[in-house]
Design a protein around this ligand. Sequence first.
Ligand SMILES: [Zn+2]
Length: 140
Amino acid sequence: MSSSSHRFGTAVNCMDGRAVDATSQFVRTMYDLHFVDQITEPGMDGQLLSIDDSAREALKRKLSISIVHHGSRHVAVVGHSDCAGHPVTDEVHCDAVTGNCHVIRSIVEEIDPTLEVTIIPLFVHPSDDGSWVAEPVDKS
Ligand SMILES: [Zn+2]
């Protein structure tokens, strides 16, 4: 199968494997996708709060590959608890993710304003049984 016959999603995520795995599982299941491209930095949700022009261009290039070349129409924006790269409370992570969605939306619109791309704010945290799960952040 070529990439065009697979359905891709995208995650703008921390590099933390707990967040990467939980996000991939959630997004694949929720949107019936085969693969989730992961664009990662340590503490990505914190970095996006004050992203500079060169980092923004690098992120735009990565998003473009996922959206244009892989055909992704679902972009998860992720923060997670116990983050070494952005060590703040869970509540602050959720606020960051909500703000990050506006940044990602504006970059996606620069890539191609005609595409209908869903931006999905997620927070990853340990569940009662100790496994790590992704959960949508309430935007209200
Ligand atoms: Zn992290």
